[in-house]
Design a protein around this ligand. Sequence first.
Ligand code: BTN
Length: 127
Amino acid sequence: MNRLLLAACLVVGLLDTAMAGAVTPGSVWTNQRGSVMRITSVDRFGRFRGTFTNNADGFACKGTPYPVNGTNQSIQITFTVNFLKCKSVATWQGDAQGFGMSVPWVLKYSDANGKPQTMTGFDFFGQ
Ligand code: BTN
């Protein structure tokens, strides 16, 4: 019985390790545009929360931290920020490893006529 319990704990531990990603609580990631993502929590499924401060030239909503939510299992990562005041939502999806993350993004917003628009690009974040 004890051996069975030990084996089960080992399997759960190994699965957790295999799923663990580069995003850890307290880590701070800065991209090539000067925007900063601070991670406050990561659960055992790789779901994380934190803040994202946009500092990119040519964009609005600069300098204000907005909540960021995402998932990082193994090297795959995806995260989303709702820039409430700008009525726009950005989603990044790509690969994260210790040295950095390469993440193409999609920004959805409405133009001056209220017509939905999509902008795409690429960010690299380092720690
Ligand atoms: C907006 O202008 O509608 C809100 C700010 C959007 C900032 C974008 S999100 C993708 C890209 N990477 C950044 O760090 N900032 C821009």
